[in-house]
Ligand binder design. Structure first.
Ligand code: KG4
Ligand code: ZN
Length: 339
């Protein structure tokens, strides 16, 4: 199959996004309309507001993506859309819109798993990357350590038992007064702090070397803040941020390298919003260099939610013949590898 153009739509959380991608790897356009400013007022994503904003934006964002790519709806070979996991009301906007377009333009519809999309972001800038490889997926809703066996074929080695990595960043940022969204703010403020100032716990999950647990770390930060307050000690925001971030990064690097070693694979990739964290990227780069394995990471803009990654994943779904019917529904708790 040559020269397949995919129009991709993403609306699982707080970004309305559309993209046109050629053959899964070449991005012709990538339009992202972020709602972050709106949700910042409330300190986090408000699902009702997210759905309403997606409804307002999805048509315009899609038209812009087609225009920027210099193509029309007629020219595309398939329409890919995120159908889970995510916020149900938000997902439904993209799914309904994509179904209507597919029906009206007589194009195949491809439902894409959002996590699979994050992983597939790696194919865009690394034309030579092919499975198998190990991938760490860390976003606001998910923390997974995955063996990518083939396109669309995954083995989940580990996952979080409680909070996702991004969720921990957001909650700690709120607690130390940085506000939403926490990840990028902690990343930045940490540059001024001492990562060794406070010894926060590196949680291990008793029966799994791959699973994560971040809620204990979050509680440890809250306890530290309370203790400081009770003792009348000043909290140094940058030190708390840097020390918390180091605890997260240490655990992510440690588990990832164990997975790399035990799987015998020589390629390692990262994905998801937290993968844009500069300290995590540097630490993983160094760890992979020491292990003698290739390290792949999408540019930060392809780590956070976007539709180009959905177009990349959608292309491989199309190749495998996995077309969705017009009865496709949003599945808020969709698992990786499930259809
Ligand atoms: O992948 P994503 O855009 O949406 C989900 O699928 O969840 O990830 C968003 C998450 C948020 O929790 C945000 O705080 C975090 O990614 N994040 C970061 C950074 N940029 C975004 N976390 C740490 N450092 C960053 N630079
Ligand atoms: Zn995401």
């Amino acid at each position: 199959m040559t020269n397949k153009l995919i129009l991709a739509i993403e609306s699982s959380c707080d970004e309305t996004a559309a993209a046109v991608v050629r053959n899964g790897r070449e991005v012709l356009s990538n339009i992202i309309s972020s709602q972050i400013d709106l949700h910042t007022l409330y300190g986090g994503v408000v699902p009702e507001i997210a759905s309403r904003k997606h409804t307002e934006k999805v048509n315009q964002v899609t038209a812009e993506a087609l225009k920027a790519a210099g193509v029309t709806l007629e020219d595309v070979d398939a329409i890919a859309v995120t159908y889970g996991p995510g916020l149900v009301g938000a997902l439904l906007v993209g799914v309904s819109f994509a179904k209507a377009l597919a029906w009206a333009a007589h194009k195949p519809l491809i439902g894409v798993n959002h996590i699979e999309g994050h992983i597939s972001a790696n194919y865009i800038e690394n034309k030579e990357l092919e499975p198998p490889f190990v991938c760490l997926v860390v976003s606001g809703g998910h923390s997974h350590l995955v063996k990518v066996m083939d396109y669309g074929k995954y083995e989940v080695l580990g996952r979080t038992r409680d909070d996702a990595a991004g969720e921990a960043f957001d909650k700690v940022a709120r607690a130390i007064g940085l506000g939403y969204p926490g990840g990028p703010k902690i990343d930045k403020v940490s540059n001024e702090g001492n990562p060794l100032a406070i010894e926060f716990p590196r949680a291990k999950v008793a029966d799994s070397v791959y699973d994560f647990s971040f809620s204990g770390l979050k509680s440890a930060v809250l306890n530290y803040l309370n203790t400081c307050e009770m003792k009348g000690e000043t909290v140094i925001q940058a030190d708390v941020a840097a020390s918390f971030q180091k605890a997260v990064v240490d655990v992510l690097v440690d588990h990832s390298m164990t997975a790399v070693r035990e799987s015998g694979m020589n390629r390692f990739a990262i994905a998801g919003g937290v993968a844009s964290n500069s300290h995590l990227r540097a630490a993983l780069e160094e760890a992979c260099r020491k292990e003698g394995i290739s390290f792949y990471r999408p540019s930060p803009i392809l780590c956070t939610d976007n539709a180009a990654m959905i177009g990349a994943a959608g292309y491989y779904e199309l190749l495998s013949g996995a077309e969705s019917s017009l009865s496709l529904n949003a599945i808020p708790a969709l698992k990786l590898g499930e259809r």
